[in-house]
Each structure stands twice: as structure tokens, then as C-alpha cells.
Design a protein around this ligand. Structure first.
Ligand code: DGJ
Length: 336
């Protein structure tokens, strides 16, 4: 059964709109990202656990299946490509579920010709913590974007003291790549940006503690016209909170706090969502889509996806305006 869609549908801010794939199944690709390869967008994320295994409001924020991927040529119609980083059925495996591949992100390494995935890894049974195995950076890679990724294990950037919380990857225009994460040492939680090795499979010792982004998570970076921007959320677990963004001329700073990017967000909830990724739309210079997720704590399998265009009131600032529905082709000609 092929479904056809022609717009992004975020819905009312109290709604969990179903985004369906071309087979009519719910898209379940939590806190993921997007990679464009040879004319095709690939949207991937962690497949959150389905009911009835996840009792109401509890235990759904883990996976027993892994990271999944969908493909589309128009950004509206998504065909399921399958599990690209599977959980294991072997209780002795580090990938035995329920566990977490939270916030997986994929970038391509031109030198090694590999697609490299990093995530916030939490071992079975998937409970966040500071002990080894409960807050790590997980690494995998693959020769093709949508193949089965090989697991390379975990690491803690900088040193073993700091556990890894919400994380992302950023590939810069010069080919250097960075692991960006909320580093937690006791009560000290701060955004850190760590340069990766040339093969993107490990961290170097070149990093920046972004003190301005203290007690922030869900870091979501982008670059446009001379400026780096990072969207972040506060720390209220799965409950939505006001976003803040930061800007800098260089990834290594200095960073400046710029306030809440969500225009008109009177409820202080980032329109009931949390940032996950920003990507440029091919063939539309200057158009970036901000991917966010409306976490559904009653049923994590039914989270919703909130995509909005990033708008630039000035060269050095950004705004996110909520749209119940919109189309990328005509963005700029449309009214809110
Ligand atoms: C843990 C955070 O507390 C949540 O807000 C959310 O970002 C999840 N991680 C999902 O990545």
C-alpha cells in the first residue's frame, strides 16, 4: 500500500500526528538525523520499544530492535529500508536489548569511504547512569549508507570520568568532524565539542568545553553564512522545556548565548518538542530543516516529528516558527 504525502504535518501543538511510511506503518526513528546520498535522503533513528513491552510511560525510551532507516527522494514519502544497527539476541552481547542507541548520527568519511555512526550508548537494561556501560559514546561504521553497520564499541571522550549524555555529530566544511555531547561529572553537566580522528572512529584530545551551554542537552548544530549555531534544550528529561541557541564564528568558540529560537512559544516548551538534527535541503540554498521530536511519554512508540524551516532574521541570528503544515518547495512564498 503506497501512501503519498505532499507536505510536512506537525499538527496542533497538543497533537501527536502520525507520520507514516509508504507501507502505512508508523515511522519510528527517534532522535535521529538525515544523510543525503546520490539523490536520496536517508532518515534514521532509534526504534523505540513498542507496546505492550513498554508499560504506560515507562520503559519505552529503549530499543530492542536497534537503529532503523527510511529513504525518500522528496522528503515527504518515506520507504522503510530496515534495521541498520541491530540489537543482539545474545545476552552476552553489548547490544543485547533493551538498551539504547540514543540520538544516533551518521556522517560520511571521504578518506575511508565509510559511513560512520556515533550515538549515546546505554547497555542492557537501558537505564541512564554514570557507571561504565550506562553513559558512553557508541561507534559503528558501514561501507554503504543503508547496510548493516559494524559495531566498534564504546568510548568516553576526554577521560573516563565524564559520562556521555545527549550527543550528536557535526561534519564541518573542511572535512573535520566533531562529537558534541552533554558531559556529566556528578552535577557538572556541560556541552563539550570534541574533534574526531581523521577516520572519525575515535576522539582526539582537541576539545572545547562550551561553558555558555551549561546544563543543556539535545545539542543540534548547523552552519550558515559565516556563523555556527547550536540549538539546545534544558534538562527536564523527556518533558519539553524552553530551547536556547548559541552562535559562534568558530566551532571552538567563543560561543554567545542568543536566547530562545522559538518565536511566540508562550508555553515555554519549544512547541512541545526537542531538537534532534538540522539538515540543508538540496537545490534550495539557504533552506535548512530543523528536525525535532515531540516525545510521547505515554507511548514512546508514538512520538511525533516536528519539522520547521530555520529562518534567518539577520545573518547572525535564527528563528524557528511553528507551522502546522508546510512544504519545502514553496517555502518563502507561504504564509505562516
Ligand atoms: C535524555 C534526555 O533527558 C531527553 O530529553 C532526550 O533528549 C533523550 N535523552 C533522548 O535522546
Amino acid at each position: 500500500m503506497e501512501q503519498r504525502y505532499h507536505a510536512f504535518t506537525n499538527g496542533e501543538i497538543t497533537e501527536y500526528v502520525s507520520w507514516k511510511d509508504t507501507e502505512g506503518n508508523e515511522i519510528n526513528a527517534s532522535d535521529g538525523g538525515m544523510i543525503y546520498v546520490d539523490g536520496v535522503y536517508h532518515w534514521y533513528g532509534q526504534k523505540l520499544r513498542a507496546l505492550p513491552f513498554a508499560p504506560k510511560g515507562k520503559g519505552g525510551q529503549v530499543t530492542t530492535e536497534g537503529v532503523v532507516m527510511y529513504r525518500s527522494e522528496d522528503l515527504y514519502n518515506w520507504t522503510y529500508e530496515g534495521v541498520i544497527l541491530p540489537c543482539s539476541k545474545d545476552p552476552n552481547s553489548p547490544l543485547y536489548g533493551p538498551m539504547r542507541f540514543e540520538r544516533p548520527k551518521i556522517i560520511y568519511n571521504e578518506r575511508t569511504k565509510k559511513y560512520v555512526l556515533w550515538c549515546h550508548y546505554v547497555a542492557y537494561p537501558g537505564d541512564h547512569g554514570d557507571e561504565p556501560g550506562t553513559g558512553e559514546a557508541g561507534i559503528a561504521s558501514c561501507d554503504t549508507v543503508n547496510g548493516t553497520y559494524e559495531w566498534h564499541g564504546t568510548t568516553r571522550p576526554i577521560d573516563d570520568l565524564g559520562s556521555v549524555k545527549d550527543s550528536t555529530l557535526y561534519k564541518d566544511r573542511d572535512g573535520k568532524a566533531y562529537f558534541i555531547y552533554d558531559r556529566k561529572v556528578g552535577d557538572d553537566r556541560c556541552t563539550h565539542i570534541v574533534e574526531l580522528s581523521e577516520d572519525y572512529l575515535s576522539c582526539t584530545d582537541h576539545y572545547r568545553r562550551v561553558q555558555e551551554a551549561y546544563w543543556r542537552e539535545a545539542a543540534t548544530p548547523m552552519y550558515h553564512d559565516g556563523w555556527y549555531f547550536i540549538f539546545t534544550s534544558g534538562l527536564t528529561s523527556w518533558k519539553a522545556n524552553p530551547a536556547k541557541y548559541y552562535r559562534a564564528k568558530s566551532l571552538m568558540g567563543p560561543w554567545t548565548e542568543m536566547g530562545d529560537p522559538y518565536e511566540g512559544d508562550v508555553t515555554g516548551t519549544s512547541f512541545e518538542s526537542q531538537s534532534t538534527y538540522v539538515f540543508p535541503v538540496e537545490g534550495k540554498p539557504g533552506l535548512f530543516i530543523h528536525m525535532a521530536e515531540r516525545h510521547n511519554t505515554e507511548n514512546f512508540e508514538r512520538c511525533s516529528y516536528i519539522w520547521t524551516p530555520v529562518e534567518f532574521p539577520t545573518k547572525d541570528s535564527v528563528v524557528l516558527r511553528y507551522r502546522k503544515t508546510w512544504q519545502w518547495e514553496t517555502f518563502g512564498e507561504q504564509h505562516v
